[in-house]
Design a binder for this molecule. Structure first.
Ligand SMILES: [Zn+2]
Ligand SMILES: [Zn+2]
Length: 328
């Protein structure tokens, strides 16, 4: 099969690899659509601790089941599915309380095992979810980042009538804005430096879209501020945008730093919440809401052969459509 193989920092090549065989309990997917995640751009640059070359990346995947291994029930060849790429042991205390993303033995498809930047990928049957009727495979390929956003909304505790900021209008920002709207949040302020992306935000339910400088000037009045970027400056901004007693939710991963004024944080009785990936419950809910998700205007498409140039585009032009998907 054809596969996009990452061979080290900046080195991505289309290669021929043996087609994987589904082990007992696994299914073989023909990859229909796979998104390039921001974490994979970091991986491509050699800045991800969990990705070691040579590696087939790819975890935001919708596919068609083409074969099943021994002992697989509940899913059959011909079904179109979305992949939950987060594998967990199922036995440890964290898994048993339903927080699989905290499992010490967790693995990500496309990081610790071969991923979906290929024509075929073998994955555990318990990690595929049949797409709701009428759902496109493009929607299927956003399930994973959408699950991250649904998990973050859950962690924040925000709900009907709430006031929120979404910092960064990349793929997570687009999906988080929609998830907040579905949760009944009344005011959604998107903070994004690029004017083109700010213009898109209004169409996805943002009540305002501000440049970071304008947002900082407007000051703190919001219940919850979500940082989807993960830079030191955006984490600091997430705190600055809060009312007294508000919560900053960190879901973007980028810089290690955390530049906040601890004394001011304490006196304002703020809360800092981290949100990492999703659990199986939030992933299943993301699958359920796929028919509602807005997909226009923020995704572009290519083939596997376009992968190397797509990674360069994502690095060199952070103002274009935030999501690039490949159709192997
Ligand atoms: Zn991802
Ligand atoms: Zn576990």
């Amino acid at each position: 099969m054809r596969a996009l193989v990452w061979n080290g920092p900046g080195a991505l090549a289309l290669e021929t690899r043996p087609e994987p065989e589904p082990a007992p309990g696994e299914v073989l997917l023909k990859v229909l659509t796979v998104g390039i995640c921001g974490s994979e751009v970091e991986g491509y640059l050699g800045e991800s601790a969990i990705r070691k070359p040579p590696l087939i990346m790819g975890h935001e995947c919708a596919g068609e089941v083409v074969a099943v291994g021994e002992d697989v029930t509940g899913v059959a060849p011909g079904e179109r599915v979305s992949l939950n790429p987060l594998l967990s042991c199922g036995r440890c205390p964290r898994c048993r309380e339903g927080q699989q993303q905290q499992c010490p033995e967790r693995q990500l498809v496309g990081a610790q095992r071969p991923g979906a930047f290929a024509e075929y990928v073998a994955v555990p049957a318990e990690n595929v979810y049949v797409l709701p009727p009428g759902t496109s495979e493009v929607a299927g390929a956003v399930t994973e980042p959408l699950a991250c956003c649904i998990h973050a909304v859950d962690r924040s505790g925000i709900g009907i009538g709430g006031r929120a900021a979404v910092i960064g209008f990349g793929s997570l920002g687009v999906l988080l804005t929609q998830a907040l709207q579905w949760a009944g949040v009344e005011e959604i302020v998107v903070v994004e430096p690029d004017a083109g992306r700010r213009a898109i935000a209004q169409g996805f339910g943002a009540t305002a879209a501000l440049d970071p400088a304008a947002a900082a000037e407007a000051g703190g009045a919001l219940d919850v501020a979500f940082d989807t970027v993960g830079k030191g400056v955006t984490r600091a901004l997430s705190v600055d945008l809060l009312r007294t007693g508000g919560s900053a939710v960190l879901l973007g991963l980028h810089d290690a730093g955390f530049p906040i004024d601890g004394n001011a944080f304490l006196r304002r009785e703020l809360t800092m919440i981290s949100s990492y990936a999703y659990n199986r419950t939030s992933f299943a809910r993301a699958v359920d809401v796929l028919p509602r998700v807005g997909l226009d205007g923020w995704i572009t498409f290519g083939g596997l052969e376009d992968g190397p140039s797509s990674f360069k585009t994502l690095i060199e032009d952070p103002t274009g459509p935030p999501k690039i998907m490949m159709r192997p």
